[in-house]
Structure formats: structure tokens, C-alpha cells
Design a protein around this ligand. Structure first.
Ligand code: KG4
Ligand code: ZN
Length: 342
């Protein structure tokens, strides 16, 4: 089954062709960073205009690189939410037009479900449930129990900033360019993670919720008061900040894993590309005999291949959407993206 995926929920314009949910024939991702950089963050209006300018070419390119023509595609999967409304509608309108013109089924996919199924791209494995998922992106930070392709329960979530948002804001405090997460990651490799003890968010023992805004504020206070203190390098600040984020994430994963039986742990979303989080998760997996699946970095960040994968793996349990599909910027995580089967 060949699915054309389209992803335009935020600032990446992406189109991909995936066979049977795993075999990526093409994945074209056009990054808009150069247009947003001077504003220090994503400007929604610029993002949607760029999607309009870039999406047709991205789809053509994805089909061409896969060595196919549009008629070869068996279905069209598109991110229907959550995300920026102006960005989402560009992808949804495009997908609807293609589905109508080609007479193929249309699958409106929940972006967050895409991040989960990204773990199976370019791999031989298929999902074995239940799965424990740590989803860490620029907009979301959640620990999720995935009991089937369409049965998902959020066990814990951030109460304020997402982990990626904390990375980006802290990177900015350190004078790094947007998007700051990957740059902070690189800077931290040369720093001492024990240089500064930043606070770790704690909760009652039965809660898996998280908070990262206090941590970012601590970094700001630390940097502002540095004149009066022994000097720590930016590398040390970056490494110490990162250690605090990872400690909190690992604590929630460890506690969730201890509470229930899971076949594997998936770490996904943009922050899953972080090298320190990856090595810590893998180390924990080896020590606890837990299978840990982390997509390669290009599938951790937003991409259309993961949207096609979600459509394939959820396909047995959902029916195609009607052409009246609309974007839903606030789509809740628990809801399957495509219309649930009755
Ligand atoms: O999943 P994603 O591409 O978009 C959302 O759906 O939000 O995640 C983007 C986030 C940004 O905050 C970015 O700074 C962060 O992921 N990120 C990283 C790394 N690569 C991307 N954060 C830490 N280390 C990285 N290597
Ligand atoms: Zn995302």
C-alpha cells in the first residue's frame, strides 16, 4: 500500500511516499528556518505563506523521487491537527484536492500520532502493543500509554512549557540562533553537566506531570547573576540545563514503566533527536532490559513520512475521511486523526 503523506502543521513543508507504513520511498522536507530566524521564533503568517509557496513542489518532488506518478498512490494522508491553523489548512486543502482529483481515500491524521509511528520508518519491526511513548517536541511533552493504534492515554504531560520550547528559550538566553534546540545540544557536548545544579521539577508520587518553565527561569537568573558568581561557561550552562531536562524526562519514563507492562518504549518528537537524551534512554533500556525505539533524527522532527506511517498503521481501525475534512488546530491527542470506525 503506497501512501502519500503531507505535513504542514508548523513550519516544515513536507511530502513523502511510504510503502506499507515503513518503507520510505521519498521524504521531502523543506525547512523554513531562514524565513523565521530573524524573528527568533516561528511567525505563523510567514509559515502559512511559505507552505503555499512550497507545497506543490514538495509533493511533485516526493512523487518523482519515489519513481512514481500520482496515480500510483493508494491513499493521501495529511496532518489535520494539532498545529497552526493557517499552516494546517494549506496541507488539508491540498490533500483534499488530490484525493478528489485522483479518487483516492483521504486520511486526516493527528500529528502527534505521526510522531509515534515515526519509530517504525525504515525498520523491519511492526508495532507490538502496549507501548510506552515519551513524546517530546516543540509544542508537546507527554508520557503516553498506547494500547493499540487508536487507543491512547496520556499518563502525564507538561503543565507549562514543552521540553523543546524550554530548549529554544534557554538557547536564546545563551545567544544561540533559532531553532536553538540542536545548537544547545551541540554546545552541551563540551560542557560539564554537574557544573550548576538547576532545579528538577518534582510531583506527587502518583503524578507523571512535568514543568519546565521554572527551569528556564533559573537559567535566566543564573546568567543575570553571573557577575557576582564564579564564571561558568555557556557550555557548562547548556550541559547543566540539559541534565535537568533529561533527569525529569527519565524520572517520568522510569515511573511509568514500573507501573505497567509495556512491550517497548518509543521516544519521539523533535527533542528525541537530542544526543544526550538518546544516550541516556538507550543506557536505561540496556540496564532494564527494555526495548527502546528512537527514530533517526530526520524522522524525530516534523516530517510527512510519519504521517503516512500513522495512516497505514491506524488504517485497519479507521475509515477514510470525507472530503469535508477540516483542519483542527486543537485536536486532542487521545483522538485518532482519521474518522474512527463505528
Ligand atoms: O517535533 P518538532 O520538529 O516540531 C513540533 O511538533 O514541535 O520539534 C521541534 C523542537 C524544537 O523545539 C527544537 O528546538 C527541538 O525540537 N529539537 C531539539 C533537537 N532537535 C530539535 N532539542 C534538543 N536537541 C536537539 N538535538
Ligand atoms: Zn511535531
Amino acid at each position: 500500500m503506497l501512501i502519500l503523506g503531507i505535513e504542514t502543521s508548523c513550519d516544515d513543508t513536507s511530502a513523502a511516499v511510504v510503502r506499507d507504513g515503513r518503507d520510505v520511498l521519498s521524504n521531502v522536507a523543506t525547512n523554513q528556518d531562514e524565513f523565521h530566524r530573524k524573528f527568533g521564533g516561528i511567525v505563523p503568517e510567514i509559515a502559512s505563506r511559505q507552505h503555499v509557496a512550497l507545497l506543490s513542489a514538495a509533493v511533485e518532488d516526493a512523487i518523482g523521487r519515489a519513481g512514481l506518478s500520482l496515480e500510483d498512490v493508494d491513499g493521501i494522508a495529511v496532518t489535520k491537527g494539532p498545529g497552526l491553523i493557517g499552516s494546517l489548512v494549506v496541507g488539508v486543502a491540498h490533500a483534499k484536492a488530490l484525493a478528489f482529483a485522483l479518487g483516492r481515500p483521504l486520511y486526516g491524521i493527528n500529528h502527534l500520532h505521526g510522531h509515534i509511528f515515526a519509530a517504525y520508518l525504515d525498520r523491519d519491526e511492526t508495532p507490538v502493543y502496549p507501548l510506552l511513548v515519551l513524546l517530546v517536541s516543540g509544542g508537546h511533552t507527554q508520557v503516553v500509554a498506547v494500547r493499540s493504534a487508536v487507543d491512547l492515554e496520556i499518563l502525564g504531560r507538561t503543565r507549562d512549557d514543552a521540553a523543546g520550547e524550554a530548549y529554544d528559550k534557554t538557547a536564546r538566553l545563551l545567544g544561540l540562533d533559532f531553532p536553538g534546540g540542536p545548537q544547545l545540544d551541540r554546545l552541551a557536548r563540551n560542557g560539564d553537566a554537574n557544573a550548576i545544579r538547576f532545579p528538577r521539577h518534582r510531583t506527587a508520587s502518583d503524578s507523571l506531570d512535568m514543568s519546565f518553565s521554572g527551569l528556564k527561569t533559573s537559567v535566566r537568573y543564573y546568567l543575570e547573576s553571573q557577575d557576582a558568581k564564579p564564571h561558568a561557561s555557556n557550555e557548562d550552562v547548556a550541559a547543566s540545563f540539559q541534565a535537568a531536562v533529561i533527569d525529569v524526562l527519565m524520572d517520568r519514563v522510569r515511573r511509568a514503566w514500573a507501573k505497567d507492562a509495556y512491550a517497548a518504549v518509543i521516544v519521539s518528537g523533535g527533542v528525541a533527536a537530542n544526543s544526550a537524551l538518546q544516550s541516556e534512554m538507550k543506557r536505561w533500556g540496556r540496564a532494564n532490559n527494555a526495548s527502546v525505539l528512537i527514530p533517526p533524527p530526520k524522522y524525530c522532527t516534523d516530517n510527512a513520512a510519519m504521517i503516512a506511517a500513522a495512516a497505514y498503521f491506524q488504517g485497519e481501525n479507521v475509515r477514510a475521511d470525507p472530503l469535508t475534512l477540516t483542519a483542527d488546530p486543537n485536536l486532542r491527542f487521545e483522538l485518532p486523526g482519521a474518522a474512527a470506525a463505528v
